[in-house]
Design a protein around this ligand. Structure first.
Ligand code: GTP
Ligand code: MG
Length: 450
């Protein structure tokens, strides 16, 4: 286990700019002593007191407000902490910050308070990540899911599986110590049954985790098609905002335009691109080049078809060049053609809409949700990251390998080794076993003061 460093750190914990209240947070072994120099005498631990914040040398009053002290290990970081809650003016806060630094504290790096909470065992790594996700949450559903992960809903599930893994491995390893009974023992169907149950538990957790990843990261959907098909109109319609310029001149859009929408709390990044056609205009050519980059990076594609003309030769060419990924064919301008709105009864990949009137948009949103396999859960959902999913997948592969080793070859040593590696993969999620550089990446994405 890594150890928390022994210096004292300080940061402004409230958002930058002016506010009603501004909070300076000091954490570390010297936190109480440093703060005492500013407030005179600290209030009793966990009691707020209204005090003057004074310059330690001149005694001049800089601000006044609440002072709140916590004592290790019962604090956010697990260290001694003092919070000075003054007026939220940037100059006042900065002056206080400089004074605390002059008294010997160091400016905290982004996420360093939470990093210390992790290093001191207050929270595990998945919970620390949930702190950032809660702050960054873009929807109520995402915030609730982050809060659940922060409470440990995800970590508990990982720990449960880890315990089952360890138990099974111990069982197998103890059999290896008695070679004469080994074969009988490994053929024991209960062992194989346990292993199988473990794999099922992992399956379930992976399914829930991918929902959590979707809730956090959402999906990228690119709108592509011929000029004038109505791509920009669709972006505006979905985002409820006149974001893109819409004209009847083909080749209006050149830059890539983006809008983020929510579908039942899941973020969806809609990307509007230049109409695909042969062009001599270098600006339009660049737009088309960028359109293809977006197509490659997208999770799904909406192909916009002008329903007055149907699928043209140019559309066929585009279709032939599209990479294999979920595709929705959109028949647009049904207000002009009379086609009915929504899913085509003959073709589950085609949907009729009018980007102008909004007909069929509700069905399109439902279709986007279905494509990503996103389900609104009845609570209990937790937020998660891709790295969690990768770790679970790795554990899954190892457990499958263990099952095979037992089932096919009665190879106990191999099975035990696979289970050990599965456990390491799970430990990476909660941070029991984690490379330093991963920690650096995770905490540097936090905001300052958290
Ligand atoms: N009647 C009708 N007109 C539409 C509809 N959608 C778009 N239009 C019109 O079609 C024209 C082109 O729309 P845009 O949204 O600019 O099309 P685009 O695909 O972004 O075109 P480029 O940016 O040139 O590639 C505009 O005059 C829109 O008002 C629709 O559903 N019904
Ligand atoms: Mg456009």
């Amino acid at each position: 286990m890594l150890k928390s460093p022994a210096d004292t750190i300080v940061a402004i914990a409230t958002a930058p700019g002016k506010g009603g209240v501004g909070i300076i947070r000091i954490s570390g072994p010297e936190a109480h002593a440093l703060a005492t120099r500013i407030v005179g005498e600290l209030p009793p631990i966990r009691y707020a007191r209204h005090l003057s914040f004074r310059h330690p040398d001149s005694g001049e009053t800089l601000d006044d407000g609440l002072c709140l002290a916590f004592a290790a290990p019962h604090s956010y970081t697990g260290e001694d902490i003092v919070e000075l809650q003054g007026h939220g003016g940037p100059v006042v806060l900065d002056t206080l910050l400089q004074i605390v630094v002059a008294l010997g504290a160091r400016l905290a790096r982004p996420g360093e308070f939470t990093e210390r909470a992790f290093l001191n065992g207050r929270i595990d790594l998945a919970q620390a990540e949930a702190v950032a996700d809660l702050i960054d949450a873009g929807s109520q559903a995402a915030a609730q899911a982050a809060s659940r992960a922060l409470q440990g809903a995800f970590s508990q599930r990982v720990d449960e599986i880890t315990r089952a893994l360890i138990e099974l491995r111990m069982h197998i390893e103890s059999a290896l110590d008695f070679p004469e009974e080994e074969i009988d023992f490994l053929a024991d169907t209960r062992i194989i049954e346990k292993n199988r149950r473990l794999r099922e538990q992992l399956d379930t957790l992976m399914a829930e985790t991918s929902q959590g990843v979707l809730l956090r990261e959402g999906m990228r959907v690119a709108i592509v098609g011929q000029p004038n098909a109505g791509k920009s109109s669709l972006l505006n319609q979905l985002s409820g905002d006149e974001r893109a310029i819409v004209t009847d001149i083909p080749g209006t859009t050149r830059d890539v335009l983006r809008a983020e929408i929510q579908i039942d709390g899941m973020p969806v990044h809609i990307i509007d691109t230049a109409g695909l056609r042969q062009s001599d205009d270098p600006i339009e050519q660049e737009g088309i080049r960028r359109a293809w980059l977006e197509i490659r990076a997208a999770d799904a594609i909406m192909l916009m078809i002008d329903d007055r003309y149907g699928i043209t030769e140019a559309d066929e060419q585009t279709l032939a060049q599209l990479p294999t990924k979920p595709l929705i064919r959109i028949r647009n301008k049904i207000d002009l053609t009379g086609r009915s709105a929504g899913l085509d009864p003959e073709d589950q990949e085609t949907i009729g809409i009018s980007a102008k009137t909004g007909a069929g948009i509700r069905e399109l949103r439902a279709m986007l949700q279905r494509i990503m396999g996103y389900q609104v859960s009845e609570g209990g959902q937790f937020i998660a990251r891709r790295r969690h999913l990768d770790a679970l997948r790795q554990a899954q592969q190892e457990v499958t390998a263990a099952l095979q080793a037992l089932d096919k070859w009665q190879a106990g040593e191999l099975a035990a080794e696979s289970l050990r590696r599965a456990q390491l993969a799970l430990d990476e999620i909660t941070g029991k076993f984690t490379a330093d550089d991963l920690l650096g990446t995770i905490f540097s994405s936090f905001c300052i003061g958290k």
